[in-house]
Design a protein around this ligand. Structure first.
Ligand code: SF4
Length: 290
């Protein structure tokens, strides 16, 4: 993608009187050599696989470490009990994020968005949006291009992998992309999209990548839930007209700075954070012996 900043996209939107989606789609068509219709078909396929992964969730599966599996079903049962603080929308987001993260940990088919470790953030929110707010598949797929455009700028300016920038780069980017998509779905302005991205990333700045035993299971699966919730609340703040005090591109640059200065023990090496707790080390030893 030609865009190296969100402000550049906003500028194009203003100059040409087009939406964020149109700016990203125009560039995608140039980049891929495909028509808008062809690109929509390819993205629709991703959305279809996301939905399929949710339907194909198997709560009886356990991950390699045995620590992951069944939480999506527990969350759905809790949702049905009716005693929660949250409403149905957020509860659905939580259940779907768990299901997707667990499916990844159990080697089932998922869509990396942008990575496999963060695969639960975007589909959980979109599935909940479809179930609870009735948006069409077409509207969802269009907003996925907005999310993808944001993800590409973050990848170009900073990073999207835990190994290079910590979990802020992975779950943080997935959450920022999702927040952007949510604002676009509600016809938010390009500036509101930018504010949602900035606020989401700021909320996840500094998050380390510390997978227990080097497996994308703990704390990864549940981080998909908190990342998704972060995306929703930041999209809501942006739609309410609340601005980010720090402009979005500066926040992305800050994420890069934090990631560059993050010690390697927090970059997917399984040497720090949760991986380095007594329980985390015990699990790693147990897996080594098995
Ligand atoms: S902790 Fe690391 S491996 Fe797990 S989701 Fe975050 S970035 Fe990915």
């Amino acid at each position: 993608m030609a865009y190296n900043s969100i402000s550049e996209i906003i500028e194009i939107c203003k100059e040409d009187g087009i939406s964020f989606y149109e700016a990203v789609m125009r560039d995608t068509c140039k980049d891929t050599g495909h028509s808008e219709e062809e690109n929509m078909t390819r993205m629709s396929e991703m959305w279809r696989v996301m939905c399929e992964a949710s339907v194909g969730y198997d709560a009886d599966l356990k991950s390699r470490s045995g620590l992951v599996g069944g939480s999506g079903r527990q969350m759905e049962a809790y949702m049905k009990s009716g005693g929660s603080y949250c409403g149905e929308f957020i509860l659905t987001v939580m259940a779907e994020a768990l299901k997707m993260g667990e499916s990844n940990a159990c080697m089932k088919r998922i869509v990396a968005a942008p990575t496999a470790g963060s695969c639960g953030v975007m589909p959980s929110v979109y599935i909940a949006v479809k179930k609870n707010h009735g948006f069409s598949d077409e509207a969802i797929v269009k907003s996925m291009f907005v999310a993808a455009g944001v993800g590409q700028v973050i990848a170009a300016r900073a990073f999207i992998a835990g190994a290079t920038g910590g979990c802020q780069a992975e779950i943080g980017t997935a959450a920022a992309m999702t927040a952007a998509g949510l604002v676009a779905l509600k016809d938010g302005t390009p500036e509101q999209i930018a504010n949602a991205v900035a606020m989401t990333l700021k909320g996840m700045l500094g998050l380390v990548c510390d997978p227990v035993a080097g497996l994308v299971e703990v704390p990864c699966v549940k981080r998909n839930v908190t990342g998704a919730a972060n995306a929703v609340v930041c999209a809501e703040m942006a739609l309410a007209g609340i601005d980010s005090a720090i402009p979005v591109d500066q926040v992305i640059d800050a994420m890069r700075e934090v990631g560059d200065n993050m010690p390697s023990i927090y970059k997917e090496t399984a040497c720090g954070g949760c991986a380095n707790t007594p329980r985390g080390l015990e699990v790693a030893r147990m897996l080594e012996k098995s």
